[in-house]
Design a protein around this ligand. Structure first.
Ligand code: SAH
Length: 214
């Protein structure tokens, strides 16, 4: 496909799958219009890059459905000066979407080949304010905390305590919580504690590692 065709497909994706489902934040829509999702998926599924579905990215993992990426980004309410943490880099797509909206994105991926690939891809595509680390995201990234926002793109059975602790006061965490089926939660850290708001039902791969140890 030619560059213009990809751009047109992307524009249709934003209008038909995202705007039409109620994601209205202009900055989020612009970010989804700009990031070349087809560069984040394997060549054999590239033609499906702008369809309304998650896609395999190798190692049994998937790049999330565009609408879910948009919704989670909107719920995170990213601000230009923010420092964000993502757990579950995967392809690096969600990190790339966040990149243009905030000052700095830290992203943790537990599988080495995916972390390596995402790091190389983000560098090649010029996303300079994203730093990828290979580790278990359960413990967060204390050296860079507190975070103005944390987005978790693998589902823990319950919210990891270290991630709550690394959220700045006024910060927001968007996280799918549960086992086979999960609900998307928006957790806000207030001066005096945390508030939890429930969004839609979702289906993410499980957060593996320490999150599974009860
Ligand atoms: N945000 C990704 C999609 C996430 S798929 C994208 O935009 O493409 C979920 C990812 O979370 C997978 O790559 C999986 O390996 C990773 N993951 C699962 N458990 C994890 C953990 N404990 N720490 C860090 N990453 C984890």
């Amino acid at each position: 496909m030619r560059i213009e065709d990809w751009a047109a497909a992307r524009q249709r994706m934003v209008e038909r799958q995202i705007l039409s489902r109620g994601v209205a934040d202009r900055r989020v829509l612009d970010a989804l219009s700009a990031v070349e999702r087809h560069r984040f998926v394997p060549v054999d599924v590239r033609d499906l890059a702008y369809t309304d579905q998650p896609l395999p990215i190798g190692d049994g993992q998937t790049i999330s459905q565009p609408y879910i990426v948009a919704l989670m980004t909107e719920l995170l309410d990213p601000q230009p000066g923010d420092t964000l943490l993502e757990i579950g880099t995967g392809s690096g797509y969600q990190a790339a979407v966040l990149s243009s909206l905030v000052a700095q994105v830290y992203s943790i991926e537990i599988l080495e080949p995916l972390a390596e690939e995402a790091r190389a891809r983000l560098e090649e595509l010029g996303y300079r304010n994203v730093t990828v680390r290979c580790a278990d995201g359960y413990r967060g990234w204390p050296e860079h905390a507190p975070f103005d926002g944390i987005v978790v793109t693998a589902a823990p059975p319950s919210v990891p305590q270290p991630l709550l602790e690394q959220l700045a006061v006024g910060g927001r965490m968007v996280v799918p919580v549960g086992d086979a089926f999960q609900e998307l939660q928006v957790i806000v850290r207030e001066d005096s504690g945390f508030t939890v708001r429930r969004s839609i039902a979702v289906r993410f791969v499980p957060m593996v590692g320490e999150a599974q140890q009860g």
